[in-house]
Design a protein around this ligand. Structure first.
Ligand code: AP5
Length: 217
């Protein structure tokens, strides 16, 4: 099963993906995580994209398409996986069309798009309080789910920090970029008859997971 997890910044895509990947044996492919890892490792790619990520603008289509091509190929080569789950991709119409081309070449398809719907005020609150482990990428929230020891990851003991793009002005820009460049992709999938499941992402984490599982059953 191949899924696209869709929704504005802070709607809970990463939180839900961490649960769904085990449940459905899917490779979780987050372009944001891959780009941030490159920044932490200080690779050529990381140096190129660091300022773009911090501003909340989008990295060029060519760069993320290369990451997706590699991730999809890796999934195909792993027999224990039943498919992939894209998180944060596609984000522009160009990326959606390029993904369509890649899947046609490989005889693959998107089985479902899951859209997490959360209003703007709630995502601003969530992102302002989000903290992330630099080592294992576990996601916390100072309001609802803080680490037991301040600044330290419960899971691996790594440093828990605020992402550079979770500052108020950048959050607002990311939401505008989503409305202008990303949300219109849903019409493209609708016209292509890809099944779209809209889920109220404003509920408790467990309730959102159950609603997604029900939708995919
Ligand atoms: P990316 O990492 O993809 O960020 P995003 O889409 O903005 O999404 P987030 O990771 O911010 O939020 P999320 O929906 O995963 O929510 P989370 O689960 O963490 O992209 C970052 C940047 O990389 C982009 O701005 C761009 O520059 C670049 N980039 C990435 N992909 C690209 C692409 N394809 N093309 C071009 N550029 C690209 O949850 C958020 C918070 O809420 C957490 O604190 C969590 O604990 C909490 N929470 C989650 N669910 C709930 C709930 N149900 N109730 C209460 N709190 C909750």
């Amino acid at each position: 099963m191949n899924l696209v997890l869709f929704g504005p910044p802070g709607s809970g895509k990463g939180t839900q993906a961490a649960r769904l990947k085990e449940r459905f044996a899917l490779e979780h492919v987050s372009t944001g995580d891959l780009l941030r890892a490159a920044v932490v490792e200080g690779t050529g790619l990381g140096r190129k994209v660091q300022d773009i990520l911090a501003s909340g603008e989008l990295v060029s289509d060519d760069v993320v398409l290369e990451l997706i091509r590699e991730a999809v190929a890796k999934t195909e080569a792993n027999p224990s996986l039943r498919g992939w789950m894209l998180d944060g991709f596609p984000r522009t119409m160009g990326q959606a069309q390029a993904l369509g081309g890649l899947l046609r070449e490989q005889g693959g398809r998107i089985d479902a798009v899951v859209v997490l719907e959360v209003d703007r005020k709630a995502v601003i609150e969530r992102l302002s309080a989000r903290r992330t482990c630099v080592e294992c990428r576990a996601v916390y929230n100072l309001t609802g789910n803080p680490p037991r020891q301040e600044g330290k990851c419960d899971r691996c003991g790594g440093n828990v920090i605020q992402r550079s793009d979770d500052e108020p002005a950048t959050i607002s820009n990311r939401l505008d970029v989503y409305e202008a460049q990303t949300r219109p992709i849903l019409e493209y999938y609708e016209s292509d008859r890809v099944p779209i499941h809209r889920v109220d992402g404003g509920r408790r984490v467990d309730e959102v997971t159950s609603a997604i599982e029900d939708a995919l059953r």
